[in-house]
Design a binder for this molecule. Structure first.
Ligand SMILES: Cc1cc2nc3c(=O)[nH]c(=O)nc-3n(C[C@H](O)[C@H](O)[C@H](O)COP(=O)(O)OP(=O)(O)OC[C@H]3O[C@@H](n4cnc5c(N)ncnc54)[C@H](O)[C@@H]3O)c2cc1C
Length: 457
C-alpha cells in the first residue's frame, strides 16, 4: 500500500503537484476550499484559476528564464503547461490563454485522474502526521495562516510583501556608484563594503521627488486592505509627506564618502544591498513602491549609476502570505521543524503563475519519491527549476527575503562569456542550453530508475 499524499490548495502549484504525484502512481487527495470559501481575487470554484492576467509571460525558452521554465515543465509532462498550450491565444511572444477553458480543463483532468480525489473543503491546521503539501498561495485562508504562524513563529510568515526593486549588478555604472557601508561599519572588509551607493546632488534629488509624485501608481484591490505596515511605506507616500522625508529616511547621505569623488558631499544617497550569495543581484534598500512598472523603470533610471539599470524584478506591495523559506525549509521544501509538511507555490516565496507551478512540480515529484521509497536527486542547480528552488531554500539572504521571479541572475555565472548588454544574447542562450541539458539528464535519471524498479518487481 502506498501512503496517500494530501495536497492543500488547487491553484497553480497544488494542481501541478497533484498531477505529477498521481502520474507516478501515488494516491492523492487534493483539498480545495473554493467554492465553499472564496478569496477576494478568485472568481470560480475551478482548479488552476488564474486570478489576474491571463498570461504565462514570455514563451521564449532560449532568451528568457520564464520561457525556460515553460520548456522544462513541458519536458516533465507538466499539466499547467500542457493545458496552457492547448488553450493558447495569439499574444506575440507571450503564452496567453483562454482562462476559462484553461481552468475547466485542469479541473476535468484532475477530477478524472484515477489516482486523484478532489475534496472541496478548507484545511485549517498543519497536521502533525501523514504526508502533506501546502500550496495555499498568496491568499491562504486566515485560520490556516494562523496555524502556520504558530508552527513557524510569526516573524517567519509575512502577510504582505513590500518589494524593493532588484537590479542586475552588471548593469550598474561603477564609475558613478561605490561600495561602502554607512560609517564603514562591519568586522570584515566584505561587511565594510556591503552596500552599493548612488550619489545625488540637490538638483537631481528635487527632480527625482517631482517624478515620484507625478508617477502613475496602482491602488490596492478592494478587500485587500488599504493599511500599510509601519516600516514599509511606499517611497512615493514618504515623498508625499514632505520633500525632505526621503533624505532623512532611506536616502540619507550620512556616514558615506563617495570614493569616485571624495571632495563632493552627496545631497542624498540611494543604497543597494546584495540580494543573493552569487552577488549578481542588488535590491534598492527601502524602495518598496506602488508605482506602475513602466513608471518605476523611468523614475529609478534617474538615479545616478542606474541610468542603464536592468531590473530582475520591480517593486510592489501586495497582500501575500509567504514563508521565510531560507530559514524554514530544507532543500526538499520540507518544514525543517515538521518534515511531514512540505510547501509549494507562491507561499514558498516565489512569485507568479509559472514559478508557482514549477515549485508544485518539484514538490509533487519529491513527495511522490518519498511515498514510493525511491531516491530522487535534487533538481540540478543549473536548470531554471533548480536555480529557483536553490534561491528560496538557501541562496537568498534570509534577512531581506522577498518573493522572487525566475531570472538569469539566479543562475551560476558561466565563465568566459562576454559581459554587458552586447554579450547578452549569447550569454542567455548559453544559460538556457546548459539548463536544458541538466534538466533533461535529471528527468532521464528518474525515468531510468522507474524502469529498473518495474523490472525488479
Ligand atoms: C490579486 C492578485 C493578482 C495576481 N496577479 C498575477 C498575475 O497577473 N500574474 C501572475 O503570474 N501572478 C499573479 N499573482 C500571483 C498569483 O497568485 C500566483 O502567481 C499564483 O496563483 C500562485 O499559485 P499558487 O498555487 O501558489 O496559489 P493559488 O493559485 O492562489 O492557489 C492556492 C489555492 O489554495 C486555496 N486555499 C487557500 N487556503 C486554503 C485552505 N486553508 N484550505 C484549502 N484550500 C485553500 C485557494 O482557494 C487557491 O485555490 C497575483 C496574486 C494576487 C493575490
Amino acid at each position: 500500500m502506498i501512503e496517500e499524499l494530501h495536497i492543500v490548495g488547487g491553484g497553480m502549484a497544488g494542481s501541478e503537484a497533484a498531477w505529477q504525484a498521481a502520474n507516478l502512481g501515488v494516491p492523492v487527495v487534493l483539498h480545495e476550499m473554493r467554492p465553499e470559501r472564496g478569496t477576494f481575487a478568485h472568481k470560480t470554484g475551478n482548479l488552476g484559476e488564474m486570478v489576474c492576467s491571463n498570461s504565462f509571460r514570455s514563451d521564449d525558452h532560449e532568451q528568457n528564464a520564464v520561457g525556460l521554465l515553460h520548456w522544462e515543465m513541458k519536458a516533465a509532462g507538466g499539466l499547467i503547461m500542457d493545458t496552457a498550450y492547448r488553450h493558447r491565444l495569439p499574444a506575440g511572444g507571450a503564452l496567453a490563454v483562454d482562462r476559462e477553458l484553461f481552468a475547466e480543463d485542469i479541473t476535468a483532468a484532475l477530477s478524472a485522474h484515477p489516482n486523484v480525489r478532489v475534496s472541496y473543503e478548507e484545511v485549517t491546521e498543519l497536521p502533525d502526521r501523514g504526508r502533506w503539501i501546502f500550496a495555499t498561495g498568496p491568499l491562504t485562508s486566515d485560520a490556516l495562516g494562523q496555524s502556520i504562524a504558530r508552527a513557524t513563529g510569526s516573524d517567519a510568515l509575512a502577510f504582505f510583501d513590500a518589494i524593493a526593486p532588484i537590479v542586475h549588478a552588471e548593469s550598474i555604472d561603477m564609475d558613478v556608484a561605490w561600495m561602502q557601508s554607512r560609517y564603514d561599519k562591519g568586522e570584515t572588509e566584505d561587511e565594510r563594503r556591503a552596500y552599493l551607493n548612488c550619489p545625488m546632488d540637490r538638483e537631481t534629488y528635487e527632480a527625482f521627488i517631482d517624478a515620484l509624485l507625478a508617477a502613475d501608481k496602482t491602488e490596492f484591490h478592494e478587500g485587500e486592505t488599504a493599511g500599510y505596515f509601519d516600516g514599509c511605506l511606499p517611497i512615493e507616500v514618504m515623498a508625499e509627506r514632505g520633500r525632505e522625508t526621503l533624505r532623512h529616511g532611506p536616502m540619507k547621505p550620512v556616514g558615506l564618502t563617495n570614493s569616485n569623488d571624495p571632495e563632493n558631499k552627496p545631497y542624498a544617497v540611494v543604497q543597494l544591498r546584495r540580494d543573493n550569495a552569487l552577488g549578481t543581484l542588488f535590491n534598492i534598500v527601502g524602495f518598496q513602491t506602488k508605482m506602475k512598472y513602466g513608471a518605476q523603470k523611468e523614475v529609478f533610471r534617474m538615479i545616478p549609476g542606474l541610468e542603464n539599470a536592468r531590473f530582475a524584478r520591480l517593486g510592489g506591495i501586495h497582500r501575500n502570505t509567504f514563508l521565510n523559506s531560507p530559514t524554514l525549509l530544507d532543500a526538499g521544501m520540507r518544514l525543517r521543524a515538521q518534515p511531514n509538511v512540505r510547501f509549494a507555490g507562491q507561499i514558498t516565496g516565489v512569485e507568479g503563475y509559472v514559478e508557482s507551478a514549477a515549485m508544485g512540480l518539484l514538490a509533487g515529484r519529491m513527495a511522490a519519491a518519498e511515498a514510493l521509497g525511491t531516491a530522487l536527486e535534487p533538481a540540478p542547480q543549473d536548470s531554471a527549476h533548480g536555480a529557483l528552488v536553490h534561491h528560496i531554500t538557501g541562496g537568498a539572504e534570509a534577512k531581506t527575503f522577498q518573493p522572487m521571479n525566475v531570472n538569469f541572475g539566479l543562475f551560476r555565472p558561466l565563465e568566459g562569456l562576454r559581459g554587458g548588454r552586447k554579450g547578452r544574447r549569447e550569454r542567455y542562450k548559453a544559460y538556457t542550453d546548459r539548463a536544458k541539458e541538466a534538466w533533461t539528464g535529471w528527468l532521464e535519471g528518474q525515468a531510468a530508475g522507474a524502469a529498473q524498479t518495474e523490472a525488479a518487481e
